[in-house]
Design a binder for this molecule. Sequence first.
Ligand SMILES: NC(=O)c1ccc[n+]([C@@H]2O[C@H](COP(=O)([O-])OP(=O)(O)OC[C@H]3O[C@@H](n4cnc5c(N)ncnc54)[C@H](O)[C@@H]3O)[C@@H](O)[C@H]2O)c1
Length: 253
Amino acid sequence: MNFRDKVVLITGAGSGIGRKAALMFAERGAKVAVNDIDEARGKETVEKIKENGGEAVFVHGDVSKTEVAKKIVSETVEIYGKLDILVNNAGIVPYGTIEDTDDEEFERTIAINLKGPFMLSKFAVMEMKKRGGGVIVNVASEAGLVGIPKRCIYSVSKAALIGLTRSLAVDYVEYGIRVNAVCPGTTQSQGLMARVNASPDPEALLRKMKSRIPMGRLGKEEEIAFAILFAACDEAAFMTGSIINIDGGSTAV
Ligand SMILES: NC(=O)c1ccc[n+]([C@@H]2O[C@H](COP(=O)([O-])OP(=O)(O)OC[C@H]3O[C@@H](n4cnc5c(N)ncnc54)[C@H](O)[C@@H]3O)[C@@H](O)[C@H]2O)c1
């Protein structure tokens, strides 16, 4: 997987899976636009890439706001001259059943997990069409494929992201734009570990999470990032509209 001369924009790349993917794209020659709502964390990813001899720039912004999504894409194109690959990775993981979900949580989750990727993809395809192609990778979730207890609005947002993936794949195949989704199972990311450590009994919670996974362990950030890179690479040229499960067997049972 070689990304030399490719320009990659990754949202939510200040942490976890997004940061790992940013580092791995840069190691393989990509110029990486690192987006995050958290400026300090985003800039830290850029520093790490530069320390490794890679090329990256920080593009600040909240993906849930249409004007900001537009600015994130246009800034990337202004800086690097084009956009080859968009990774819609930024996301939040609210907890609860439908009864636990109020208006505010509904709106916020849909805005970040669905409207963000929707609008970023819209502005990205406009740029990609001008240059004859591109790739979008949406980071969805196993929760978009199967029912996960107490993840109601999260599951709804990720199932819709899978719908967006297939719709874009069909509409933009004639423009040379490929669109795929990666569906991670429970992955030991910075974000997930922060949630685990904030729980009353982190050890018990980790044991419970592992017990639900046929492989008996959580995913690693790089295992998900590899799937993102594969979906984006030129060797995957025949793959579009694909939904890649990578979850230690969770959705196979
Ligand atoms: N970790 C898992 O177990 C798991 C499982 C399935 C799917 N996923 C998905 O993978 C993606 C990454 O997850 P992670 O665990 O690495 O997360 P994480 O919490 O470690 O990182 C997410 C990053 O997104 C940023 N972000 C949040 N809201 C934003 C916004 N509005 N605009 C821009 N940036 C924003 C955060 O600041 C953070 O840096 C998410 O879409 C998540 O739903 C994760």
